[in-house]
Ligand binder design. Structure first.
Ligand code: ZN
Length: 147
């Protein structure tokens, strides 16, 4: 179990240090901003949708390793999903972090963040990108705050 924990740790550290899909997207069709005042994490999420499919996702901002890793893993997972599938993924990811700690369905690499559940203050770091995703998909103009 500790080997698995180490592996999970490694994925989070890797994505926290070298986030994937990091940067502004000029061709974005959706955009939303998120802020977690508890930790100071800020991010802007960019999505490019074509026929209701997320063809590209990126983000920029500054935050702790958990929020950055979560945003990085999320943007990787979103590619090729429809908006509806992305919403379902958000629901399942949120359930993993707030429920009994197991994902209702296999979530692949996103399961590396399951351990965050043991640190309630960090759950907001891990879900910031996802709340921002929800806002982007619903076209909300107001910046999202986890508070
Ligand atoms: Zn944070």
């Amino acid at each position: 179990m500790s080997a698995l924990r180490d592996l999970y740790q490694e994925v989070i550290v890797d994505h926290g240090r070298r986030p994937r899909n990091f940067g502004r997207m000029a061709q974005a069709t959706r955009r939303a901003e998120g802020y977690n005042p508890l930790c100071g994490d800020r991010l802007t999420l960019y999505l490019r949708l074509a026929d209701d499919v997320i063809v590209e996702a990126s983000f920029e901002g500054a935050g702790c390793a958990i929020s950055t890793a979560s945003a990085s893993l999320m943007t990787e997972a979103l590619k090729g999903m429809t908006a509806a599938q992305a919403e379902i993924l958000f629901t399942n990811f949120h359930a993993m972090l707030t429920g009994n700690g197991t994902a209702p369905v296999p979530l692949g690499k996103l399961e590396t963040l399951a351990g965050v559940r043991e640190f309630p203050a960090r759950v907001k770091c891990a879900t910031l990108a996802w709340h921002t995703l929800h806002a982007a998909l619903h076209g909300a103009d107001e910046p999202v705050s986890t508070e």
